[in-house]
Design a protein around this ligand. Sequence first.
Ligand SMILES: N[C@@H](CCC(=O)N[C@@H](CS)C(=O)NCC(=O)O)C(=O)O
Length: 221
Amino acid sequence: MEIRLHHVDESRSVRVLWLLEELEVDFELVSYDFFDKSLRTAEYLMLNPAGRVPALEIDGAVMCESGAMIEYLCELFPEAGLGRPPGDPERMEWLDWLHYAETIGQHCANLTQAHVVLYEPWMRSSTQMSLEARRLSKVLERIELLLVDGREYLMETGFSGVDCAVGYGVDLARRFVRLDELPGVAEYLERLCARPAFQAAQPEADARRIYAQDFYEVPDA
Ligand SMILES: N[C@@H](CCC(=O)N[C@@H](CS)C(=O)NCC(=O)O)C(=O)O
């Protein structure tokens, strides 16, 4: 089987790169720069007409949604035990968290646009940035509530593909929201960061990053 992942460091394609590392399968990685318009070339738009990452090729067929990629890859490699297939008691919960990753993702994307892309103060609104940060913090509370009883990962039975989806969002959210008041989330993130597959999905030391800062304060807030 030929698997090729089209990827930008620190973008949503990290979810899929991390999962592929967890699955320990062979794949080819094609990297792009977030800022240089390489996602807008005719060649890339043939793969994903929306000009977004990730794009995932599996034996020549292309997928363009990271959540669907996670579900599909977990089904392709069931022996890894990272999915919760139909009939599994955790199936409903697993799917719910898989899609919740985009509830986190939308706020992270809005905050990234405001702090990183709209770099001139006149382009952005601190009211909107502050609101987005508060909404992101609220969304993380759902994870805090789940982990409060000592659960280590989102599924009670252990680490799974949804931790790659949601965990990527938590790792990004910490750049916009202080985790001091979400100790369960902070510990969850530490647990995820310690995983070799998570580390393998991080940028090389000299890579051009989307995020130059560890934390982004809301200006004039
Ligand atoms: N729902 C999609 C969102 C993909 C997406 O928006 N990716 C962003 C990076 S996180 C992107 O490619 N942005 C580049 C652009 O908009 O030009 C997914 O989860 O795969």
